[in-house]
Design a protein around this ligand. Structure first.
Ligand code: PNW
Length: 478
């Protein structure tokens, strides 16, 4: 398989601050909305919290050594805003110092740092001031981006503004399964627009400071009509595509929202959030687009039969809808196998998505798969080893899909597996494991799973086959 990837293909693994760091109140870190949300009864499965997570804050050098053993070219991590600006305003040098040490550690062993500014952990004080539905939060974000760039701009080359703004707007403020757990359709739309605006403001500012690789990560899907001969399902798929993909891709790439999306949210007076000049700011040129993909969505406009179980909600808390203006959408099963998340497995969806994006948007920048992976109920063997054949199969099939997409013309430059480590899976707490490295949540012992060994082998084989060093060449050179 390795020979099917271009020589400079970048191999990585991804994490996010709130999911791995722990040390939720150390060295001056303030509460993020996830710290606060975890205190709401029923919000997180098992009553879990991000307080300790996998203690990466204290085990960072050990974890970087692990990355080196796996042979990664790049590590995608996020910076916790509440660690850097505990109250959303004042900058905390001790918090930034952690990321400075992380970046140094990565560079020392030849791993390219791939930094995300926002992976969902807004300072709670900013939520109390209105959160993302408040336009001022976009300007706070710009200030935060400056603070991070001030300290890391000399060593970090790859900057991602947001991870999956769909989740941190529509799920956080509409569906309510994610922090801050609000179920207010209009607020969700405000959050969506203001995250776009924050992205545009930060992109322009970082560019002005000389950053050369600036992008954003979106979670994109193929909206599959349940019955392609049924106009009701075709309409449902078009509306899902508009809110899930179009409402993010089009402002960023084309400087406009899709008309179908605007029509479906008109009752919530969405247009009032859009000020003169916003769309031009939002459409600032991108150097790359990160694509997160786990599964497609088989969608219908018909109600599900009454005997259908009430979905796959992890918690007893949320009752809102993330599909603002299209609350009628349903997701019937089409009988495909599913992961422990209940997500359909269909690697061809990743291939077709990557190919389609380039065909649909001529102005598309280079793509990186910034997340892809699967959760399973891993079993630790008596000798301590973890055999995870389902994750191995998922990984191999999806890498094949990426290779096929490249052969069909998609400009995909790298792949980051989700995730390096088992971690705090948001509303699911520690119940769902995505890592290629197992973590014992009592002892914090890390054990590379079979999938981790397989991934390391794929990377090694690629490096051996590649006529020039992989990635930036730095990992191969050590
Ligand atoms: C992504 N959904 O989350 C995130 O970027 C990661 O932090 C997360 O751990 C990973 O995927 C696995 O879940 C998502 O409901 C969470 O559609 C929920 C959804 C999509 C992505």
């Amino acid at each position: 398989m390795a020979h099917r990837f271009p020589p400079a293909f970048l191999w990585g693994a991804a994490t996010a601050a709130a999911q791995i760091e722990g040390a939720a109140h150390e060295d001056g870190k303030g509460d993020s909305i996830w710290d606060a949300f975890a205190r709401v009864p029923g919000a997180i499965a098992g009553g879990d919290t991000p307080e300790r997570a996998v203690d990466h804050y204290h085990r960072m050098p050990e974890d970087v050594a692990l990355m080196r053993r796996l042979g990664l070219d790049s590590y995608r991590f996020s910076v916790s805003w509440a660690r850097v600006q505990p109250d959303g305003v004042r900058t905390n040098a001790a918090g930034l110092d952690f990321y400075s040490r992380l970046v140094d550690e990565l560079l020392t062993v030849g791993i390219l740092p791939w930094l995300t500014l926002y992976h969902w952990d807004l300072p709670q004080t900013l939520e109390e001031a209105g959160g993302w539905p408040n336009r001022d939060t976009a300007h706070r974000f710009l200030d935060y981006a400056h603070a991070v760039h001030d300290v890391l701009g000399d060593r970090v080359d790859h900057w991602t503004t947001f991870n999956e703004p769909l989740c941190s707007s529509l799920i956080g403020y509409g569906g309510g399964e994610h922090a801050p757990g609000r179920m207010e359709p209009r607020a969700a739309l405000g959050a969506l627009h203001h995250q776009h605006l924050a992205h545009g403001l930060a992109t322009r500012a970082l560019r002005g400071r000389g950053a050369e690789n600036i992008g954003i990560t979106l979670n994109l899907t193929n909206a599959v009509p349940n019955d392609p001969s049924d106009p009701v399902d075709l309409d449902a798929a078009a509306r899902l595509d508009a809110i899930w993909n179009g409402a993010f891709l089009e402002p960023l790439l084309l400087g406009r929202y899709p008309q179908l999306f605007l029509d479906s949210v008109a009752d919530h007076r969405f247009a009032e959030f859009i000020h003169d000049g916003d769309l031009a700011t939002i459409a600032a040129p991108l150097d790359f687009l990160g694509v997160n993909h786990y599964h497609d969505d088989n969608v219908s406009g018909h109600p599900l039969p009454p005997e259908t179980p009430p979905g796959l909600r992890p918690t007893t808390y949320a009752r809102g809808s993330m599909f603002v203006g299209s609350e009628d959408l349903t997701f019937p099963s089409r009988g495909l196998p599913r992961t422990a998340m209940g997500w359909e497995i269909n690697s061809d969806g990743l291939r077709s998505l990557l190919v389609r994006l380039g065909q649909q948007y001529p102005q598309l920048p280079p793509l990186y798969v910034t997340e892809n992976g699967s959760a399973w109920e891993d079993v630790v063997g008596e000798d301590g080893s973890v055999e995870d054949p389902d994750r191995v199969a998922y990984l191999e099939d999806h890498l094949d899909a990426v290779a096929s997409a490249i052969e069909e013309g998609a400009d995909v430059r790298g792949y980051f597996v989700w995730s390096l480590l088992d971690n705090f899976e948001w509303a699911w707490g520690y119940d769902k494991r995505f890592g290629i490295v197992h973590v014992d949540y009592d002892s914090q012992l890390r054990t590379v799973k079979r999938s981790g060994h397989v991934y390391a082998e794929i990377i090694r084989a690629h490096r051996d086959a590649a006529p020039t060093p992989a990635g930036q060449g730095i990992a191969a050179a050590i």
